[in-house]
Design a protein around this ligand. Sequence first.
Ligand SMILES: Nc1nc2c(ncn2[C@@H]2O[C@H](COP(=O)(O)OP(=O)(O)O)[C@@H](O)[C@H]2O)c(=O)[nH]1
Ligand SMILES: [Mg+2]
Length: 435
Amino acid sequence: METKEARVLIITIIAKILCLAVLVHADTDDEIAYQTGGTETTKFGQAKSVRYLLYDVNPGEGFNLRRDVYMRVTTLVQELNKEEPWVLVLPPWGRLYHWKSPDLEQIKIPWSTFFDLPSLRQHVPVIEFEEYLKLRGEPVIDEVYYLQSFKGGWTKWEEKMNITECNDRTGYVQDEEGSWHHWFFGYEEVYAKKFACLSYMGHATFIKPFLLKNTTGRCVMLPRAETLIHDHFGDTGYWRARRSMVFAKHLRDIGDKFRREFLDSTDEEDGTVLKDWTDMQRKHGEALGGPYVGIHLRRMDYLYAREGNLPSLKGAAKQVKKILQKYALEKVFVATDAPSEEFEEFKSYFKKSKVYRFIPSKEIKEKYKDGGVAIIDQWIAAHSRYFIGSYESTFSFRIQEEREILGFDHETTFNRFCPDDNSDCERPSQWKIVY
Ligand SMILES: Nc1nc2c(ncn2[C@@H]2O[C@H](COP(=O)(O)OP(=O)(O)O)[C@@H](O)[C@H]2O)c(=O)[nH]1
Ligand SMILES: [Mg+2]
């Protein structure tokens, strides 16, 4: 009798401790946000609270390299989730060097402006920064590790990391109470509790043990995440991440409308109907594309940055005309960052063919900003029968990847403009999709 009572008592105590443990962990209601749904979760494991990974990229980097960094970070998040639940906090978009449109406030832009979040979530758990702030109930980031390269460069590549002093000015400043302040995407109220510089040479997942064992904060931020390199560039994992980065529907719709109205291009006729990315696996050549040549004519800072590797406007027109003839096409769609005078000059070299550029309405520009307009350009260019990109432009690379996903023949995708004095220039590398 006594022993039975004692047993009941012990069981009750254990149950209470377990309950308490869960309560202690669930200090905010964020666990609730990540229930997978359904009531059939009967297995009891150790209750682990969700942790958050936030990152940022070197302020000088453009939109399309940032997309690549996102992919590397998702590889890390996937690996972390094999051990305990981690959610990726999406760094708000803003203050990009190329986003120069006057009268537009281009900060604190959520990812949903540009990408389809449900699609991203089919790859890794993600939330917007503002959602994180709401869930957390306090504008705090627990630990910040500013990634930097090892001082003095390197002669031998090896994976290593070390908390060291900061090589450069980081922009993070500490107040009297010990809190750290920074631009933090324009959220002035946000502060960090801890800050350190982390010299790093390695793949993205090399930091995993450090995050699991050496950090305890609920939210860890990694500025300069471009320091993390791809674990496996171009493999199935790379392409899963890439495929999950589906553009927001409102942007695709605008691009599709333009294709229909000006370029005689519809998905049904062109073989480019989009499916849920997890079910979509199209063979090369299944996509035909709309009856137009799509080009990405990178100008502006590239005229200096890639001097000697870009054609003149006249030279570019000449190369396009050759393709129009070869494929018996009459229309050209131009995605470009060129000012209108340059576009007009380019257009003037065509006598018979029609040359189009997407010009956003005031409303579209205000709603979707320079970033959204650039995506619409990428979307339309990606659906062309034949694409020509600009030398070493990540903007062009992302279009080529989009075409790989859609199922175009390589011949029509991996092409670039040659400089005027070398019409036989090297073709871009062919990063073919794998499933
Ligand atoms: N709308 C539009 N913007 C462009 C185009 N090309 C470049 N840009 C802008 O310039 C930026 C170029 O930076 P980035 O994305 O890093 O590509 P990269 O510099 O060409 O490798 C883009 O993100 C756009 O903001 C274009 O064809 N159309
Ligand atoms: Mg760039």
